[in-house]
Design a binder for this molecule. Structure first.
Ligand SMILES: [Zn+2]
Ligand SMILES: [Zn+2]
Ligand SMILES: [Zn+2]
Length: 106
């Protein structure tokens, strides 16, 4: 079995919900390009790191940088942007996250 990546930040459960975002559908973590670490959200990143976020550029959208907190499947950024739910376990993603894309992606 593939090793599950470590999730950094202020998680409050084992499905990557954090103290900032913890609704039923907040079940993904994002790997940040700058430090290559998974955090549940940008606020978790900024509280733990002392560098600014470097967003993913379009040419990196085939990188696996999104983790489903329910089944721990890793999605590429492209897959994530084009899915409403996890392709592996069918858990629904939070559509509200789309408003935060500019914080993470070009
Ligand atoms: Zn970083
Ligand atoms: Zn957070
Ligand atoms: Zn899943």
């Amino acid at each position: 079995m593939k090793k599950t990546p470590i999730i950094y930040g202020q998680t409050i459960d084992d499905q990557t919900r954090c103290k900032h975002y913890h609704s039923k559908r907040d079940i993904i973590a994002i790997k940040f390009r700058c430090c290559k670490k998974y955090y549940p959200c940008y606020q978790c990143h900024n509280e733990a790191e002392d560098h600014p976020i470097v967003v993913w550029e379009r040419e990196n959208f085939l990188e696996q940088a999104i983790l489903c907190g329910v089944c721990k499947h890793e999605l590429t950024i492209n897959e994530y942007m084009n899915s409403e739910r996890c392709p592996n376990c069918a858990s629904e993603f939070n559509p509200g996250c789309a408003t935060h894309y500019p914080l993470y992606f070009e």
